[in-house]
Design a protein around this ligand. Structure first.
Ligand code: GLU
Ligand code: ZN
Length: 490
C-alpha cells in the first residue's frame, strides 16, 4: 500500500512552529516510505480566511524546502486541493447521507437554537446542544419549512447508544460513548458550505489518505470522524495524533513564550536548516543521541515509531544554539549574502551592494560567523565599524567589582599593552598573557581591563573578538577611540 499523507492547514493565521512541525512529520514520513505528500487547503471558514495566511503558508514551505507532490499550484489526480473549490462535492455527499437516513435536514432558526441554549444554561440541564428537533419531522412539516423559504442545514444522526473507538498508533485506542459525542453536529451549513468535519473526512477518503498525522487538539473530533466514515461506509485511515509542542513551563507553546510564527523567526535570521532540524526534534528522535539532521537525512530516516508519546518542549535557547551551529558551517560568501539584507536595512551598506560594500562584508564575515546566533546579530555586532557612537556614560566601562577610578587606570595600562602588541603584529595570546599578569598585579579580574578596552573600541560591552575588531577598524582609528576613552576618564 502506498503511503499518502497530507498537511491540511486552514489559512486563518501565520504558520507557526506547531503547524509546521505537523507538515514536516507528514512530509518526512511520506518521503521515507516512498509515499506522497499532499497539501490541502481547508479554507471553508470564510470569516477567518485571509490571502496573507495562504501566501505565508506557501512562502514558509518554500523557505523550508518542503515540496508537495499533490496540491494547489502543482495539481494532481485528486484535485482541486482547495476546499472552497469542492463545494458541490460536499453537497452531493451530504445529500447522499440524508438519502441513506444517516443525516437529516434541520430548519431550526438561529432564534430557536439560541432560546434552546439559554434554556439549557438556565435549567442547568445535563444535556447540552441540539435537541434533535428536526430528526423526525413529518413530510408536511418539512414542506412547510421549505415553502416558508427556510434554508436548512444538514446534521449527522449520531447514534445515542454504543461507543466509538479510534485507533491511534501513538495514543493507543481512544473510546467515547456515542451519547458524549456532540449531538447531531452540522455537516453542511445553510449557505452550502461544509463544516470542517464533513469536508475533512470526505477529502481524506477521496484523496486516498492512508495516515492522518495531525495535532493532538483534534482528538476530540476523532470519534465524530469515525462515525462519519461509518455513515459513508468507508474505512478510516490510520490515526497518528502528534504530541503537543509546549514551552518550558509545560504549557502549550504560545506568544507568551516568544515568537511562534515561522515568519518571525525567519525575519530575525534563523536559518531554514536550523528550524527544520530543531523543530523535528521537538517530539521525535532517531536514537535519543543524534542531534544533527539535514532535510535529506530526515527524508530517509524518519519513522512513525520514533514519535514521542509525551509533549515536546520547544526551547528557544536550544534553537539559538542550533542556529549558531548552522551559521558556523557557512562559507564567507554565504555569510555575506545572508547578512546583506540586515546590513542594508541598517543603512550600513547600499542597495545594491557596491564592490566596496562587498569587500567590507567579506572581511567581516569570519568574525561574525563565530559570534552570531541569528543573522540579525550582524547589525549590533558590526555597528561600531559603520557608525561611531562613543559611549560617554563612564559606568558602562566599569566592570563588576570595579569603580571609575580603577577602571581609568586599567584602561590606560591595558591599552598600552594592547597597542604595543598590535602595532608589532604580535599574536593576541601575548596580549592576553600580559593583561593577565597586569590584572594580578592590580588585584583585579582580567575583564576589569578588557571591558573598558572593548567599550572604548567597539562602543559596546558585547562585541566581536577584540583582536578581530581592531583588525577591521584599523590601528589608527583604534588608537583614536582609545585615546578618546582615556580622556573621558582623565
Ligand atoms: N484544517 C485543520 C487545521 O487547520 C486540519 C486538521 C486535520 O489535520 O485534520 O489544523
Ligand atoms: Zn432543527
Amino acid at each position: 500500500m502506498e503511503v499518502r499523507v497530507r498537511y491540511a492547514p486552514s489559512p486563518t493565521g501565520l504558520q507557526h512552529i506547531g503547524g509546521i512541525r505537523t507538515a514536516l512529520y507528514n512530509y518526512f514520513f511520506a518521503r521515507s516510505q516512498g509515499g506522497r505528500f499532499i497539501l490541502r487547503i481547508e479554507d471553508t471558514d470564510r470569516e477567518r480566511y485571509s490571502d496573507e495566511s495562504l501566501q505565508d503558508l506557501y512562502d514558509t514551505l518554500d523557505w523550508l524546502g518542503i515540496k508537495w507532490d499533490e496540491g494547489p499550484v502543482v495539481g494532481g489526480p485528486c484535485g482541486p486541493y482547495i476546499q472552497s473549490e469542492r463545494l458541490e462535492l460536499y453537497q452531493e455527499y451530504a445529500k447522499k447521507l440524508v438519502e441513506d437516513g444517516k443525516a437529516y435536514y434541520c430548519y431550526c432558526t438561529p432564534e430557536r437554537l439560541e432560546a434552546l441554549r439559554q434554556e439549557q444554561v438556565s435549567s442547568k440541564s445535563q444535556y447540552q446542544g441540539y435537541d434533535r428537533h428536526c430528526a423526525n419531522l413529518s413530510e408536511e412539516e418539512r414542506r412547510a419549512a421549505e415553502e416558508a423559504g427556510i434554508k436548512p442545514v444538514i446534521r449527522l444522526k449520531v447514534p445515542t447508544e454504543g461507543k466509538t473507538t479510534i485507533h491511534d498508533v501513538i495514543m493507543g485506542d481512544i473510546t467515547r460513548r456515542n451519547k458524549d459525542v456532540s449531538p447531531d453536529p452540522i455537516l453542511l451549513k445553510s449557505d452550502g458550505y461544509p463544516t470542517y468535519h464533513l469536508a475533512n473526512v470526505i477529502d481524506d477518503h477521496l484523496m486516498g489518505i492512508t495516515h492522518i498525522m495531525r495535532a493532538q487538539e483534534w482528538i476530540p473530533s476523532g470519534p465524530l470522524h469515525i462515525l462519519l466514515y461509518d455513515a459513508f461506509g468507508w474505512e478510516p485511515p490510520v490515526y497518528c495524533h502528534l504530541p503537543m509542542v509546549c514551552g518550558k513551563d509545560g504549557q502549550k507553546l504560545s506568544k507568551r513564550h516568544g515568537d511562534t510564527a515561522v515568519r518571525d523567526f525567519r525575519a530575525k535570521g534563523y536559518l531554514p536548516e536550523a528550524i527544520l532540524n530543531y523543530v523535528t526534534l521537538v517530539g521525535w528522535s532517531l536514537d535519543g543521541q543524534r542531534e544533527f539532521f539535514s532535510r535529506e537525512d530526515l527524508e530517509k530516516c524518519f519513522v512513525l515509531e520514533n514519535i514521542h508519546k509525551s509533549s515536546g518542549t520547544f526551547d528557544y535557547k536550544k534553537l539559538d544554539w542550533f542556529n549558531g551551529q548552522y551559521i558556523r558551517q557557512k562559507s564567507d560568501d554565504e555569510i555575506v549574502s545572508l547578512i546583506t539584507p540586515y546590513m542594508q536595512e541598517a543603512g550600513f551598506v547600499s542597495s545594491p551592494l557596491t564592490d566596496d560594500d562587498k569587500a567590507r562584508l567579506k572581511r567581516l564575515a569570519p568574525a561574525l560567523r563565530e559570534r552570531m546566533k541569528v543573522l540579525s546579530d550582524a547589525v549590533p555586532l558590526s555597528r561600531f565599524l559603520f557608525v561611531d557612537e562613543p559611549v560617554t556614560d563612564k559606568s558602562i566601562y566599569v566592570a563588576k567589582g570595579m569603580d571609575e577610578e580603577a577602571t581609568g587606570k586599567a584602561l590606560e595600562r591595558g591599552a598600552a599593552i594592547l597597542m604595543a602588541n598590535e602595532e608589532k603584529g604580535e599574536p593576541f595570546t601575548k596580549t592576553e598573557d600580559e593583561v593577565r599578569a597586569l590584572a594580578d598585579e592590580m588585584g583585579v579580574k582580567v575583564n576589569a581591563i578588557f571591558q573598558p578596552l572593548r567599550v572604548a573600541i567597539t562602543n559596546s560591552t558585547v562585541s566581536l573578538p577584540l583582536h578581530d575588531s581592531i583588525a577591521l577598524l584599523g590601528l589608527d582609528e583604534t588608537r583614536r577611540r582609545i585615546d578618546r576613552a582615556i580622556a573621558l576618564f582623565a
